[in-house]
Design a protein around this ligand. Sequence first.
Ligand SMILES: N[C@@H](CCC(=O)N[C@@H](CS)C(=O)NCC(=O)O)C(=O)O
Length: 212
Amino acid sequence: MDIKLYYAPITCAMVSYVALTEAGANFETIPLDFRKAEHLDEEYLAINPKHKVPLLTVDGHKISENLAIVTWIDAQFPDSQLLPLNPWDRAQAYSIHGWCSGGIHPYLRQINNPAKVVDVAEVADGIVTNSTAAIYESFTIANDMLDGRDWFFDHFIPADMHFFWCYRRAKQFELDLERFNHCQAHFDRVSERPSVVKVLELEQSVQAKFAS
Ligand SMILES: N[C@@H](CCC(=O)N[C@@H](CS)C(=O)NCC(=O)O)C(=O)O
């Protein structure tokens, strides 16, 4: 099977990379340089008109969206137990992952680039303020969920990774995160997983290559 992951440093493509690595999949990573807007190149738009990463191709078939990608990985590599088997727990795992990708992630995008939402400078500040408040609200909920536990479930799942990515992105914006002690402990725990160490090393090497 020919598995390719379109990836870019700093982005949530690391969620799919880690899921593939945790599952023991053999795959090729294709890095895109967002600073050079390679995701908007004709060549990539022909592959993914949504111009986003991650994108997974499997023998030429395409899957976008982390949630869909990890679902495929889980089905293809069942021994990895990437997602819980019990239907209730499985639904809860989707619920948390969907919340990270659809309920938290968009606010981070708005903080990063309010101009994508509004082209009036005075309004942009309000968007950052309100998005930051929404992030704090989500992290308060996550902090309670993570109180007294290592992962969102009884074992590490891709939702943990997507939350890690959200928290990491928030840290890069230098938000005031000190009160979210359980989120920080979760972040430290996730950082130590070999699959995550691997993707962070990849990020560094790809960034160095792009800079040279
Ligand atoms: N919900 C999607 C989000 C994908 C996404 O927004 N990716 C960003 C990077 S974190 C991207 O590729 N942005 C480039 C663009 O929108 O042009 C997922 O979880 O896969």
